[in-house]
Design a protein around this ligand. Sequence first.
Ligand SMILES: [Zn+2]
Length: 184
Amino acid sequence: MTGKERRGELVLITGPMFAGKSAALIAQAAAHGPDALVLKPAFDTRDGAAVIASRDRTRVEALAVADWPDAAAGRTVLVIDEVQFMVPPHYAGDIVADIGRAVAAGARVTVGGLDTDYLRRPFDTITRLSACADRHLVLRARCHICEQLAMWTAKKTETGKRLELGDDDLYEARCEEHWTEPAR
Ligand SMILES: [Zn+2]
């Protein structure tokens, strides 16, 4: 077997908040049962350290990480949520390189994250992953104002933080017509 044949697969799932990214990742993990190792950034403690929960109330156990974990070695299926948070100082190392090594070693890696921030600026981690993904699934939410498909995340109030946890208390999905900068 050559190195090329042993390569795994990188699937990227992106979109704004409220697009169902976590639900898609949980379904992927569930399809592989105990073979799947699920990772989330230690930065994200909304659901408790050890689970990923979706808004449709599905959930899966996850390992909260601040660097690439030893537990990932030799795994055939990896699922990673909120990858845009896996950057310094919240993550030690280069998550894109870490994922690339896992794929090269034969793992099927499914990664979810926000493609852009609340000011519609791309997250570099996602841009780099998109460039090397075997498949890139782009999800859309529903606009908070008009219910049409929404590709943007809007923040209700300017807090000055690019990486900030929040739910519908702080964020909304908005279409092209209704996206606005946050109130100051
Ligand atoms: Zn709209």
